[in-house]
Design a protein around this ligand. Structure first.
Ligand code: FE2
Length: 429
């Protein structure tokens, strides 16, 4: 047998070492130790980690890289961010949004991030963001899977044309139904919006992903309605609740009732740790709430959890780098998920779990999957998170599409080694 690409001596996320991965025709065709075959290109992994590509299941690509336009968010709150975005929206052009989004996708690919679900604001009668991101989706398709969510940023009922525009966006080819129930005028309107949007998704056979309860108000309980409607309409496995930060502040008794309802409905949960550790708790003095949803508890109930990046250099967040390892790094700190086993789980929250939510076909490292993966300068998933490891090679459909030189520091110390490779400090078994 001959391969287009052969990876030698890789460690896999499940702990197998010394593995070879043979790729042909854009697919993985063999994963085993000691493959001896011809290959168009052979890469020696040197015992380092080969993992499936990173997946960001919650992002805003219409706003990315717009930091400072037209001004900065002074309070650092979600609400000022929404107001600031409202000032920027009338100034957007399709060309400018496309250019910024494509630049972000370049950054994403360089970080081994090859699938993104982006919300796109539909509360703009021109649908500038929708037109721009549909164009971006077409242009990046050879190297990045971009999935779009019709997102009524200013409220499905609160914004005058949101309902009409959201349907226009779906008709244009946006594939997921979004929502923002906690931003509607009343709790009742929020609940009604959840019902209406889930019914719309059921009618059209679409997935749902709502910004849900992104607030410190423990009485914001739209996730309850979302779970109820998911089950009532038979949408199990096709619905995600994003953010869910109010759960951080909820009464423990109520949460003990809520989590089984979410599990029963097969609702996915998406935490956005960088953003919510920065945005939440802004009205607190001390102690300040962390504002991340209850990840270990949802995990214990069998709910599928993923971590999203949400924002990079936009009205809500001035930082961000397209690096999902940075996202997982923050998440495990905020959730105090520091056992070896829990840290490995956090790696899955930026790879396999979000791939399930997006419904990505051919994702994974088994024979028959797409030949998409990253070679990381780390011995295992924990080291990858600890070091935010260099992406030595990013592979898409069997072709190396990005490479980064190994990070090795040169030392000038008498009697000490002349270089340090931080990835060689993993604990030895
Ligand atoms: Fe978001």
């Amino acid at each position: 047998m001959s391969f287009d690409l052969l990876i030698k001596n890789a460690t896999l996320p499940d702990g197998r070492t010394g593995m070879d991965i043979g790729c042909a025709g854009g697919k993985i065709v063999a994963v085993e130790a000691g493959i001896a075959a011809e290959a168009g290109r052979t890469l020696d992994a040197g015992g380092k980690l080969v993992a499936p590509p990173f997946v960001d299941v919650h992002f805003h690509m219409d706003a990315t890289l717009s930091l400072g336009l037209p001004r900065m968010n002074e309070s650092g709150t979600l609400l000022e961010g929404i107001a600031l975005w409202g000032e920027l929206k009338p100034l957007l052009t399709i060309e400018a949004v496309v250019e910024r989004a494509l630049r972000y996708c370049d950054l994403a690919v360089s970080q081994g991030l090859l699938a993104v679900r982006s919300h796109v604001d539909v509360c703009d009668d021109r649908l500038t963001g929708v037109e721009a991101l549909l164009e971006v989706r077409r242009r990046v398709a050879p190297y990045l899977d971009l999935q779009l969510v019709a997102f009524p940023q200013d409220g499905f009922y609160r914004s005058p044309n949101a309902e009409k525009n959201l349907i226009r966006a779906l008709d244009m080819g946006v594939e997921v139904v979004g929502g923002i129930p906690h931003f509607e005028r009343t709790m009742e309107d929020g609940a009604r919006s959840v019902t209406a949007l889930c019914e719309l998704a059921a009618e059209r056979g679409l997935m749902v992903d709502m910004h849900c309860d992104e607030t410190d108000d423990p009485l914001s309980r739209h996730i309850e309605t979302l779970s109820y409607e998911t089950r009532r309409l038979g949408l199990q496995g096709r619905v995600a609740g994003s953010h869910l930060t109010s759960m951080h502040s909820m009464d423990n008794y109520y949460v003990s009732k809520l989590l089984p309802l979410m599990a029963e409905a097969g609702v996915h949960a998406i935490a956005n740790p960088l953003i919510n550790i920065a945005l939440q708790g802004r009205h607190d003095t001390y102690p300040k709430r962390r504002g991340q949803t209850r990840v270990p508890e949802m995990r214990a109930h069998g709910i599928n959890v993923a971590f999203g990046h949400d924002c990079v250099m936009d009205p809500w967040y001035s930082l961000g780098s397209g690096d999902m390892l940075e996202v997982a790094h923050m998440a495990l700190h905020v959730a105090q998920m520091t056992s070896r086993e829990a840290m490995r789980y956090c790696f899955e929250c930026i790879t396999t779990h979000p791939a399930t939510i997006m419904g990505l076909e051919g994702y994974g490292l088994a024979p028959g999957c797409n030949a998409d993966f990253n070679l990381l300068q780390a011995d295992d998933a924990i080291e990858a998170i600890r070091l935010k490891a260099a992406r030595l090679a990013v592979v898409r459909r069997g072709r190396v599409i990005a490479q980064t030189a190994p990070r090795v520091s040169q030392l000038s110390l008498d009697g000490r080694p002349d270089s340090v490779d931080a990835s060689a400090y993993a604990p030895r078994a």
